[in-house]
Design a protein. Structure first.
Length: 202
């Protein structure tokens, strides 16, 4: 008996349609909600200069390979001042939003440096998988571009020592920069269950 071959279209017709594949009139719309954007300043003004020193041994493997069209370190880089900075960042989050419950904790999963030269920029993007994202201005010579929250067109001027903390779903970008050596420390934070395997590996 000869083999019976079916086209991909015929095979697709044989597969049952899953409930979530049926069109139920899905809609998408945009609303304006009050979203907390936290701006704070590291209490020790020496930290930005210390972070610039921490940059010296860093490598820049992600340069112009991501939304950041500038020099960029690895996604989760290590540096001497990280523990101090992270402890303060946790304090800022808990002061504004309250401490985590016993079942949850914050995981600072990514932290990277970006160094902008003249003409560098960052594309419009968000970090939708993150609970919080942040930008910390390390160096901001004259001509440094602001951080812009895209939807509201809010411009946040770069000042060394300034922290901008926002929900990860917020779209943001950096317009074309007009100086050399604009430096930021940025990162993403998620919430994890304290009894999870991922938490036990921290």
């Amino acid at each position: 008996m000869p083999a019976i071959f079916k086209t991909p279209e015929q095979l697709q017709d044989l597969e049952p349609v899953q409930p979530w594949e049926k069109d139920r009139g899905q809609k998408e719309f945009t609303v304006k909600e009050d979203v907390p954007i936290v701006i704070d300043y590291f209490p020790d003004t020496k930290l930005p200069k210390q972070l610039l020193t921490d940059l010296v041994p860093q490598k820049w493997p992600n340069t112009r390979l991501t939304n950041v069209n500038a020099e960029m370190t690895e996604w989760n880089c290590k540096f001497p001042q990280r523990r101090v900075f992270q402890r303060w960042l946790r304090y800022v989050i808990e002061k504004r939003f309250g401490a985590c419950s016993n079942e949850h904790d914050l995981n600072f999963i990514e932290m990277w440096f970006a160094r902008y030269g003249k003409g560098d920029y960052t594309k419009v993007h968000n970090h939708v998988k993150a609970l919080y994202s942040f930008v910390f201005f390390v160096n901001a010579p004259e001509g440094s571009s602001p951080l812009i929250l895209t939807s509201s067109k809010t411009e946040i001027e770069p000042v060394p020592g300034k922290l901008v903390l926002f929900p990860g779903c917020i779209y943001h970008h950096v317009p074309e920069n007009n100086c050399e050596n604009r430096v930021v420390l940025a990162g993403n934070i998620i919430s994890v269950l304290t009894n999870s395997f991922e938490y036990r590996q921290l």
